[in-house]
Design a protein around this ligand. Structure first.
Ligand SMILES: N[C@@H](CCC(=O)N[C@@H](CS)C(=O)NCC(=O)O)C(=O)O
Length: 224
């Protein structure tokens, strides 16, 4: 059966799916859609336009199944290919795990957006001071979230007992904070140790290396 993922070189949401597929040992062909810091996701890939009314990646074609949205794709893969499990068992534990994934995708993202100008070309240098003032607020919000996440992790190795989709989503959001020169994790040793554990997983290490390579090529402003 063929499996095709439309991904993006700096697409946090697509990279979630890539890690999940690799962790489940599911081979896939990958198509990287066009992306540049100046133009964003333009021109749109025709297959993405056809499959996703939001015209966003990731899009997964799994045999006869066509899906978009990383969370929906994640839940589909979990049900279609249950081993190895990337969700805990039991309604309450699964709901908590879903909330942690939602925290990554929807609660950490707004403050992260306030840092994103750091990877983009400065089209109007006079706006930088204002953007950095907003970024400072975003960083304070992120620090508050780190504190809460450290509490959620407690003394566990992984957020939901065993390694899960929540770890994947949270890792990518915290990696985004690091790549955008946001707050480090050193104030929370358990969170920092979890981050290092994540990076020791081959699937995560591979995606991390690819993201760093993509940044070197696409985001020179991050290194100025
Ligand atoms: N909630 C969606 C978000 C997907 C998303 O924001 N994709 C971005 C790349 S990371 C995209 O394709 N943006 C292009 C656009 O919105 O035009 C998911 O989880 O898949």
């Amino acid at each position: 059966m063929s499996r095709l993922l439309y991904s993006g070189p700096l697409s946090l949401f697509s990279r979630k799916v890539e890690i999940q597929l690799a962790e489940k040992g599911l081979p896939f062909e990958r198509v990287m859609v066009a992306f540049s810091q100046a133009r964003g996701y333009q021109p749109k890939h025709p297959a993405v336009l056809m499959a996703n009314p939001r015209a966003q990646v990731p899009v997964l074609l799994d045999g006869a199944v066509t899906l978009f949205d990383s969370t929906v794709i994640g839940e589909y893969l979990e049900e279609a290919y249950p081993e190895p499990a990337l969700m805990p068992t039991g309604a309450a534990a699964r709901a908590r795990c879903r909330l942690l994934e939602l925290t990554a995708d929807e609660i950490l993202l707004p403050p992260l957006r306030l840092l994103m100008h750091r990877s983009e070309p400065a089209s109007d240098p006079s706006r930088r001071a204002q953007q950095e003032a907003e970024a400072t607020k975003g960083e304070a919000t992120l620090r508050g979230h780190y504190q809460r996440l450290a509490g959620e992790l407690g003394g566990q190795d992984w957020f939901c007992g065993a390694f899960s989709l929540a770890d994947i989503a949270l890792y990518l959001s915290l990696f985004w904070a690091q790549r955008l020169k946001g707050p480090g994790l050193q104030a929370h040793p358990a969170l920092a140790a979890w981050y290092a554990r994540m990076q020791a997983r081959p699937a995560v290490a591979q995606v991390t290396a690819e993201l760093q390579a993509a940044d070197r090529e696409l985001s020179p402003d991050l290194y100025r």
